[in-house]
Design a protein around this ligand. Structure first.
Ligand code: GLN
Length: 447
């Protein structure tokens, strides 16, 4: 059914960079055979899943939507996709993204534009725009995205689905193509909180192949899906309801907060005064880490290599000039500059210090409440092309999600209404370290 739907809708939506129909049918038949033989089947048996194309899949192209990896076929499987397979999931394809997950609209893909299923002229958000659009358009039941500064929650908000970024270290990054290693985290998209909770349960857990992986027990997250919020303290982050917030978004989130109150939650206002330094801090740290991570694409080890190079340096330079898109080059240059001798202290070190202050703001807030609430994005989905020439205005879409990555906390976006044009609005819930349970509880009670 989803393969038929993909065939019917892809000419308009373009969520997928590659559809693995044959393999999907094979996996589905294997589940059928198990059922027929009376064997035990996995938690995700037969569930069609989309996977963002920055997670390595053995034998299936993994492009990161970049020309430099256009012909790259990984010889190994990422931990998350292995876990999906072990749970019996059926992977239907690899979804579109901003090149190397750098962007907020999926327009930085080197290969195709993905449309927002609610209005085909608008962007699905990004960078996991393909994964969000695919779930919103019922081209798969759930999907995986990655979130470095908002790339799961922001497209979830724009496409009217649930998206969650787990605590840093909860889900293995082994086989996730690195963008900014201290911020990257894989997480689920679903049309319901329950679907997202089940998918997170299937992919989370300690992995010796990821040195930042946390050694913690993974609970069955569905046990936290209770109908009320008695004794839950929820904090409204004052600074996120400020100037520049689309009035329709403000109204919808306020209405949702009212509903949380009716469900029994205690609502308080809290202050996180250093939140406003989130964007400048992120746009030093993320490009710095990216510039180091992307040094590996040198035409020798992976993907593209230009022909007829005069010497090694010429080959490096021309391969990278041809293989990387404009935004990726911008990040490499900013990051290389921020890390260079003489500027390191002024930029990178300073940004790391501010990162600590932002973390402290969260710690103070979590001394008073259990869960924080903000709009996910200050606006709704914009038209394709509207912000492509203005990187700063594009970066502003991540205003409210980015601090959560800087602090390594879990965050979830849940649909909470529509603007006057009928575009979905998202509310962000932020939890303390490893309190995914509370996020799922609040989101499910609200839903
Ligand atoms: N939009 C942000 C950026 O461009 C975040 C991307 C992400 O979370 N991968 O860096």
């Amino acid at each position: 059914e989803v393969l038929d739907r993909i065939q019917a809708l892809e000419p308009k939506i373009h969520s997928f960079l590659c559809v693995t129909a044959d393999k999907a049918l094979e996996q589905a038949k294997a589940v059928d055979a198990k059922i027929a033989a009376g064997e035990e089947i996995g938690l995700l048996a037969g569930i069609p899943v989309g996977v963002k194309d920055n997670m390595c899949t053995k034998g299936i192209p993994t492009t990161c939507a970049s020309k430099i990896l256009e012909n790259f076929v990984p010889p190994y499987e990422s931990t998350v996709t292995q876990k999906l397979a072990d749970a019996g999931a059926v992977t239907v394809g690899k979804t579109n993204l901003d090149e190397f997950a750098m962007g907020s609209s999926t327009e930085n893909s080197a290969f195709q534009l993905t449309a927002n299923p609610w209005d085909l002229e608008r962007v699905p958000g990004g960078s996991s725009g393909g994964s969000a659009a695919a779930v919103a358009a019922h081209e798969c039941v759930v999907s995986l995205g990655s979130d470095t500064g908002g790339s799961i929650r922001q497209p979830a908000s724009f496409c009217g689905v649930v998206g969650m970024k787990p605590t840093y270290g909860l889900v293995s990054r082994y086989g996730l193509v690195a963008f900014a290693s201290s911020l990257d985290q894989i997480g689920p998209f679903g049309r319901t909180v329950e679907d997202a909770a089940i998918l997170l349960g299937a992919i989370a857990g300690y992995d010796p192949k990821d040195s930042t992986s946390l050694k913690v027990e993974i609970p069955d997250y569905t046990q936290f899906l209770k109908p009320n919020l008695k004794s839950m303290r929820i904090g409204i982050v004052r600074e996120t309801f400020a100037e520049g917030l689309d009035p329709a978004v403000e109204q919808a989130v306020n209405k949702a907060i009212e509903q949380l109150k009716q469900l029994g939650a205690e609502i308080k206002e809290v202050s996180c005064p250093r939140f406003r330094y989130g964007l400048p801090t992120y746009y030093i740290i993320a490009p710095s880490e990216a510039s180091a991570n992307l040094a590996r694409y040198d035409g020798v080890k992976y993907g593209l290599r230009v022909p007829d190079a005069e010497n090694l340096i010429d080959m490096y330079a021309r391969t990278r000039a041809m293989g990387f898109g404009k935004e990726v080059k911008r990040r490499i240059m900013v990051g290389t500059y921020a890390l260079s001798a003489g500027y390191y202290d002024a930029y990178y070190l300073k940004a790391q210090k501010v990162r600590t202050l932002i973390k402290q703001d969260f710690e103070t807030a979590f001394g008073q409440v259990d869960v924080l609430v903000t709009p996910t994005v200050p606006m709704t989905a914009f038209k394709a092309g509207e912000k492509t020439d203005d990187p700063l205005s594009m970066y502003l879409t991540d205003l409210m999600t980015i601090t959560v990555n800087l602090a390594g906390l879990p965050g979830l976006s849940i649909p909470c209404g529509f603007d006057e044009k009928g575009m979905p609005i998202g509310m962000q819930l932020i939890g303390n370290v490893l309190r995914e349970d509370q996020l799922f509880q609040v989101a499910h009670a609200y839903e």
